[in-house]
Design a binder for this molecule. Sequence first.
Ligand SMILES: Cc1cc2nc3c(=O)[nH]c(=O)nc-3n(C[C@H](O)[C@H](O)[C@H](O)COP(=O)(O)OP(=O)(O)OC[C@H]3O[C@@H](n4cnc5c(N)ncnc54)[C@H](O)[C@@H]3O)c2cc1C
Length: 425
Amino acid sequence: MTAQDYIRSYYAATANDQTRYPALEGTVKADVCVIGGGFSGVATALTMAERGRSVVLLEAKRIGWGASGRNGGQMIGGISGEATIKKQLGAAGAKLVRDIRYRGHEIIESRIAKYGIACDLQYGWMEVAARPRHMNHMRAYVEDRIKDGDGGGLEIVEADQMPRVLGTSSYYGGYIDRRSGHLHPLNLVRGEANAAAQLGVQIFENSPAIKVHGGAKPWVETERGRVEAGSIVIGGEIFNRFGQPALKGLMLPAGSYIIATEPLTGSDTASVDPQNFAVADSNVVLDYYRMTPDRRMLFGGRCNYTNRDPADIAGTMRPRMIEVFPQLKDARVEFSWGGTIAIVVNRVPAIGRLEPNLYYLQGYSGHGVNATHIAAEIVSDAICGTTEQFDLFDRIKHTRLPLSDIAGNYMLALGMLYYRIRDLL
Ligand SMILES: Cc1cc2nc3c(=O)[nH]c(=O)nc-3n(C[C@H](O)[C@H](O)[C@H](O)COP(=O)(O)OP(=O)(O)OC[C@H]3O[C@@H](n4cnc5c(N)ncnc54)[C@H](O)[C@@H]3O)c2cc1C
């Protein structure tokens, strides 16, 4: 197999290091074998190594090659599907949602400090109202969080106060979450992988797992190697590549795309995002954006639910950026790229056990920087014998799409077209 390189992106161009890990040859043994070198897999491997377990990590291409090394970098509180969790699990669900809301942030913050990971973490995140009615939801959400004693760092911004926050007239207000923020995701995941390697995790790149087996004697096979481990974790947005019926039709891939401009220098661009917030709008088919430390606008969105990439990503994304920020009309686009989001039908991350000693975590519906780290800790706890939060996720009833192999993405595209039209009304 040829050694894989990263796709061309702002993140790959500004990666801190180029460490490569070997491909697996022969048989190795470990307490835990983790499949997938994105946030889910790397965070699980690092957590287990911190707890003294021997770990093998298998990555098909390179560490952070998937969504984890390509995303918008927005570190957002909470996980997707919170309403479903509360509805299905009642008081236990409400407690779970609250307990884990910022747990991923805490794990990331502690790893940045402990392992000296340079990944440009900045605080300040904002959801902006794309329609007047969305402000009612946001006011209710912030009020509920305050009533619940969990409103620290939240602030409603009414429409007339928006000019102090963002240089656009596209929105009807919004709310700020100062505990959330943004970072360089590829440098974070690579930094965590390097820390895991320092703790003894054996990392293999260019080593896709091709067969997995749980039960009493779990093993994983790659083209030229085999791992025998006490537990196996399918850690990442790997969908149902190993053919497990339990993961069939549970989630579908959707494309999401990002452009990064050249560094902005003109005085009229200083007003674009003066407080350096990461921003997401309130549409289901949403725009998300932020400034990089070298003052590029990194603008993402326009999910493609048919799972076919647009021929010209910059040509598709740039007009939307200029619609929101006309002052960027002369800014050149220097990078454009896309990645795959795993959309779970009921939006709740899929965390569970397929058979004894064979675990999975994936499906964050575009909301994974924080959630992957939470899920990795929950699965690590379960492997180590603490199953309270794991069991709650395992109890969630997921909806499965019939005929997902042949028609799933068309059904998703139709569903999303409905939401897109609703967003526009
Ligand atoms: C364009 C884009 C923008 C996004 N923006 C945000 C954002 O701003 N904020 C946010 O919170 N979330 C965002 N997300 C979602 C977030 O990036 C993901 O939820 C998260 O990175 C998922 O991490 P993961 O480790 O589960 O999966 P991935 O990062 O996809 O990792 C899976 C890894 O497994 C590897 N792999 C696949 N098959 C095999 C195999 N057989 N054997 C071994 N390895 C294998 C892949 O190569 C890959 O490296 C975005 C996603 C995209 C695509």
